[in-house]
Ligand binder design. Structure first.
Ligand code: SF4
Length: 187
């Protein structure tokens, strides 16, 4: 029969508190520094929000100090996510504070190999001009019957769009004559 290690035999004889201490559990195993340290969200302003990444719509609590974002955690009161966040939602603070975040419009012209920076207003004008041109180019009549539609463009919505955004997209693209309008909203 295999012999028990001495340490195991000693642990069995100790009262529960002593055994817990032996296993590195309980308050006796907590350092002074740990006892003095507060939670990283202690004293911060908490604001309820919704994860912006995908249409699941998990609840978040956004913690700020003097208006500066400090931390984002799952919201335990959310009936959807009950305090949990997936890896993307857990990293959503980086949407704001990631140093490599691109904050300028980048444009790569047809057949160009380099990106160039554009002013937002210039980029919006270019999008509007191209939307109008594509609409005209793809405008259809059906055997001479007016159908008021274009196949010049379509809209494909990403996972970050919510109900309200998809409502507006559906309205505006239908008004412009588009018939292919899709989204990924699940809420
Ligand atoms: S990205 Fe993750 S945390 Fe955010 S809403 Fe979707 S599932 Fe929830």
């Amino acid at each position: 029969m295999a012999r028990r290690p001495k340490s195991f035999a000693r642990v069995r004889e100790l009262p529960l508190v002593g055994r817990a201490a032996d296993w590195g559990m309980g308050s006796i195993a907590t350092s002074k520094q740990t006892r003095a340290a507060g939670a990283r969200i202690a004293g911060l302003k908490a604001t309820q929000s919704i994860c912006p990444y995908c249409a699941v719509g998990c609840g978040q609590v956004v913690y700020t100090r003097d208006g500066e974002l400090v931390d984002i955690e799952g919201d335990p009161t959310s009936p959807i996510s009950q305090g949990t966040l997936c890896p993307k939602g857990s990293a959503s603070r980086q949407l704001v504070q990631q140093p490599g975040r691109i904050t300028k419009v980048l444009y790569r012209a047809p057949r160009a190999t380099e990106w160039e920076e554009l002013e937002l207003e210039t980029a919006m004008d270019m999008i509007a001009e191209r939307t109008i041109a594509a609409r005209e180019k793809g405008w259809q009549d059906h055997d001479g019957v007016r159908v008021d539609r274009t196949l010049g463009f379509a809209h494909l919505g990403g996972a970050t769009l919510d109900n309200e955004e998809n409502y507006l997209i559906k309205k505006s693209f239908t008004a412009m004559g588009a018939v292919q309008i899709e989204n990924q909203a699940r809420i």
